[in-house]
Design a binder for this molecule. Structure first.
Ligand code: 26W
Length: 798
């Protein structure tokens, strides 16, 4: 493919002014930041369209296999700057804006995040889309165009308050509406037998309408499409009712249909068998499959050849209705035999598992599945029977339908040719704990694809200071070949390089300190250790362990003020699921502790706690490059992989962490001596839980922990309501399922090691630089290459 030609500053400037005038209808004297952002976005978008067309054309011409990534979540974040960088036009954009008297940074930061995801799973999908485009892996992402993404978080009196998110209130310049790509999606109704064939007659229908976003790869060499479905009514409104003056009732069909793509479910912790959620999952999956089949057939190919042209990846079980739906399309709509249909289905589908938490595994009551998707329920039973027939050794307690529930994990497993976990440890645990019997029946089906993150967004874009230093030191090209960061290794022994590395970090810390002062009203010392834990708030991620240790540290500083402490800024970020009571209690505790500690003149600048509300992708881009210490402290065996852990280490933060998820592999790569390890291992966790009094024993063995729990129980951090945390403290003594107490002392001593290492700058910056140098493996390019070779059986078009 031909390289796109880079415009000059003047040419881009003309494009921007043209869009300002003719697309936005504004003149430069009256344009707002928003107008400028739109004008610049459209000018950039114009540059994407050609490579996008070219990639699409080439895929058709070469009859290429396409990869379809089905996901209920795509946590994209901001698009403008990322697109500019991949087009090689960031500097040109900045200069063009400057020449127009507009602040490029302000324009970039005016863009709202596209927050169509909860956390790790959604952000992974976004990184994978970017890597597929950068590698020339022809494909589509399919998702839902939620009108409201993940809720906005505010704190009121330290408590989380949720408000609706409204990213589509403003025009979204990166999408193209495709009214011609629309499918009717059915629900409910009945299944009729006609000439021995099953015919589903839905009782409700909605339209799925496509909106396309181009995803431009590195250097603009390839572009794919993210196709998001929006629900619209099949009948606009009830004219008869309208004419009778019953306006609300007349609009009912429309309101009902639109509900389907109205909001993202904000829960990634507990599964709730809600009908609307099932409908959303089917809505996405059915629209995607109809689109896939239409494209295949219009290419002139036979349905039996589907697996040669189509690979479909299910991002967790959320789109796992894909198996039954594809069987239905092949059998009911195209007259294929069940045996042929299921064989084709299995060849096309892959399933990625992202969690072992039992409360997050999807299971639908058969009565609900049978009422929302009656024909699919029949096919699910048929798939289950087919699987048993082919695997007579299957134990009686294993199956897709058990105890009046459809187990979506099992369904995804038996309808996919490959099942993968997202880190080496996680994939082992899938084999041992989640699907041990299915693993025996299908040896080799479960494989591992350790997660990765895109270095374009998470290093090149988010950390210009460090990126510049890297390029000055080892030259260009590392953005597309992250293993090249290894070339930094010899330089870590050069004091000049270490000084520059530290200076880049300091620049990011200064910027963050200013932002904290401006937005949070908290003054922090940029020379302090910036100690960061950002991720969803969940008991297994143990933000509680972090804040309890913070209290212990504060207590120690007050009792022994002369001792030599490394100043610290404890930074927290993250949202709790709205219905997750304990997680919300932890948020409140962190904020309560922050109020007391930050106001303490005795500890002053030596300890500060900052918890900016509404953590999201763009906040991550601010925090991660400024971090010295990355908190990855989940109970071993619970975090499937983590991807934040990778972003931090790549940006030269050291990790304090447990042997969980991808921490295990990060530690292997960067070297055990450059990682602060602590805590029980996954087998030790299982063992420890056998002692019903593990919590009490651990607390009694730690005076500092007893003191901390005592302070909380006495109301030191909630003087206006001393009993506020009695439940939490009681739970620590009597249950503590996530073993906070058992790991407390180990965590404290690891933190003490952090202090000692930070006190020796030569040592610290050597370790930090080695982290960056050795993180190449965690590029999402490596991960996508793994999927292409081992699951999708497809090759790069570049
Ligand atoms: C049905 C409710 C629900 C919704 C989402 C349950 C579970 C989820 C996700 C699977 C939760 C999730 O985001 N998992 C995270 O996936 C990341 C990408 O693989 C991993 O890095 C994280 O460890 C894992 O928690």
């Amino acid at each position: 493919m031909k390289d796109i030609t880079a415009p000059t500053v003047e040419a881009l400037r003309d494009d921007i002014l043209r869009h300002l005038t003719y697309t936005m209808g504004k003149d430069a004297d009256h344009a707002s930041v928003y107008d400028w952002r739109m004008a610049l976005s459209f000018a950039l978008r114009d540059r994407i369209v050609e490579p996008w067309f070219a990639a699409t054309r080439q895929t058709w011409d070469q009859g290429r296999k396409r990869v379809y990534y089905l996901s209920m979540e795509f946590l994209i974040g901001r698009v403008l700057e990322d697109a500019a960088i991949n087009l090689g036009l960031r500097a040109t954009c900045r200069d063009a804006m400057t020449s127009l008297g507009v602040d490029f940074r302000a324009v970039v930061e005016d863009e709202p995040d596209a927050a169509l995801g909860n956390g790790g799973l959604g952000r992974l999908a976004a990184c994978y889309m970017e890597s597929m485009a950068s590698l020339g892996c022809a494909g589509y992402g399919y998702g839902i165009r939620y009108e409201h993404g993940l809720f906005r978080q505010r704190f009121e009196g330290g408590r989380q308050v949720e408000t609706p998110e409204d990213w589509l209130k403003q025009r979204h310049p990166w999408e193209f509406e495709r009214p011609e790509a629309a499918y009717e999606i059915g629900f409910k109704g009945t299944v009729e037998k006609r000439d021995g064939k099953s015919v589903w007659v839905p009782g409700e229908t909605v339209m799925a309408e496509a909106f396309d976003m181009p995803v431009i790869g590195w250097k603009g060499k390839w572009a794919n499409t993210l196709r998001l479905w929006s629900a619209t009514p099949t009948t606009l409104f009830d004219l008869a009712r309208f004419n009778h003056g019953d306006y609300a009732a007349a609009a009912e069909p429309e309101a009902l249909a639109r509900t389907l793509s109205r909001v993202l479910y904000p829960d990634d912790t507990t599964y709730q068998g809600k009908e609307l959620r099932l409908k959303q999952e089917y809505f996405l999956t059915a629209a995607a499959l109809h689109d896939i089949i239409r494209r295949h057939v219009s290419g002139g190919y036979a349905l039996k050849d589907l697996p040669d042209h189509v690979a479909i990846q299910m991002n967790d079980t959320h789109p796992a209705i894909a198996g039954p739906e594809l069987v239905r399309i092949l059998v009911d709509l195209n007259g294929m035999s069940f045996e042929d249909a299921i064989e084709i289905t299995v060849k096309c589908l892959g399933y990625t598992n992202h969690t072992l938490l039992p409360e997050a595994l999807e299971r639908w009551a058969t009565y609900l599945m049978g009422s929302v998707l009656p024909r699919h329920m029949q096919i699910i039973e048929q798939i289950d029977a087919w699987h048993l027939k082919n695997n007579p050794a299957r134990p009686h307690y294993v199956g897709v339908v058990k105890h009046h529930e459809v187990r979506m994990g099992e369904l995804a497993f038996v309808t996919a040719h490959k099942v993968n976990g997202v880190s080496a440890l996680h994939s082992e645990l899938i084999k041992q704990n989640l699907f041990p019997e299915l693993d025996k029946l299908h040896p080799g089906r479960i494989i591992n694809q350790t997660n990765g993150v895109t270095p374009r967004r998470w290093l090149r874009m988010a950390n210009p200071a460090l990126s510049r230093l890297i390029t000055e030191t080892i030259g260009t090209g590392w953005e597309a070949d992250l293993d090249r960061l290894r070339d930094l290794e010899p330089h870590v022994d050069d004091p000049g390089f270490r000084t520059d590395f530290a200076a880049a970090k300091r620049q990011n810390k200064d910027a963050l300190a200013n932002w904290f002062l401006e937005t949070q009203g908290v003054k922090v010392d940029p020379a302090a250790i910036f100690d960061v834990q950002v991720k969803r708030i969940h008991e297994y991620k143990r933000q509680l362990l972090n804040i309890l240790q913070t209290i212990a540290e504060w207590h120690e500083m007050r009792n022994n003020p002369q001792a030599d402490y490394q100043p610290r800024v404890k930074i927290f970020g993250g949202k709790a699921a709205p219905g997750y009571h304990t997680a919300k209690e932890i948020i409140r505790l962190i904020n309560d502790v922050a109020s007391v500690v930050n106001a303490d003149p005795l500890t002053g600048d030596r300890l500060k706690i900052v918890y900016p509300a509404n953590y999201n992708v763009s906040m991550a881009e601010r925090l991660i490059p400024a971090a010295d210490l990355s908190e990855q402290i989940s109970t071993a065996g619970k975090e499937a992989s983590g991807t934040g852990n990778m972003k931090f280490a790549l940006n030269g933060a050291l990790t304090i962490g447990t042997l969980d998820g991808a921490n295990v592999e990060i530690r292997q790569e960067v070297g055990a001596e450059n990682f602060f390890l602590f805590g029980l291992t996954a087998p030790e966790v299982m063992e420890r839980r056998k002692d019903p009094e593990h919590a009490r024993h651990a607390i009694l063995a730690s005076q500092p922990l007893q003191d901390v729990l005592q302070m909380i129980a006495e109301g030191r951090f909630s003087p206006e309501e001393p009993e506020r945390y009695h439940g939490l403290v009681h739970n620590m003594w009597h249950s503590d399922y996530f073993l906070v107490a058992s790991d407390f002392e180990a965590y404290r001593s690891a933190q003490a090691q952090v202090d000692r290492a930070f006190a020796d700058p030569d040592r610290w910056w050597r370790m930090a630089a080695l982290n960056t140098a050795r993180m190449g493996f965690f590029s999402s390019d490596r991960a996508i290459r793994g999927y292409m070779a081992e699951i999708w059986e497809t090759e790069s078009a570049l």
